[in-house]
Design a protein. Structure first.
Length: 158
């Protein structure tokens, strides 16, 4: 039996971006991956994230946010830790200890969007689509056992 690849998505609140990334990776992978998400300051799931994922046929309305401290206390280790905080808040985006490949994907926080609900949803769907593209690329690279140095430079791999 093969060991599953363990992936952790992190954003500050675990309410939108990391929840979207977790849901999409689960949708597009088989049982080769064990996927979690968490945040430094967990908050309730952002309704915009719930709506944005509906067009993917994914329902996260019953999800809850998780604290990274839960995973630390449990001693969980991950092969890949992917932060999805925006560049403006990158210094606040938590670092998770342990030996793993760290990747940073910069996405705006839907909780900071302004405008009408329709405009905020449209921006969140654009974030979801960008995360989806990265997820599909990530799966291909991991399944090909691509070296860290060959990941896209924009991903900021450490």
């Amino acid at each position: 039996m093969r060991t599953k690849i363990k992936v952790l998505f992190i954003c500050i609140h675990n309410s939108a971006r990391s929840q979207i990334a977790e849901a999409l990776l689960k949708k597009y992978t088989n049982d080769k991956f064990n996927i979690l998400s968490g945040g430094f300051e967990p908050k309730k799931i952002n309704p915009l994230a719930i709506e944005a994922l509906k067009e993917e046929g994914i329902d996260i309305s019953k999800n809850s946010s998780h604290s990274l401290f839960e995973y630390l206390k449990e001693g969980k280790l991950f092969n890949y830790i992917i932060t999805v905080c925006d560049e403006a808040n990158a210094q606040k985006c938590p670092i998770f200890p342990g030996m793993s490949t760290r990747i940073h994907w910069s996405f705006e926080d839907p909780s900071s969007f302004e405008g009408t609900e329709a405009e905020k949803l449209q921006k969140t769907i654009a974030i979801k689509d960008a995360i989806k593209k990265n997820i599909i690329d990530f799966i291909k690279l991991v399944e090909k056992k691509t070296a860290k140095k060959d990941f896209p430079p924009a991903w900021k791999v450490h």
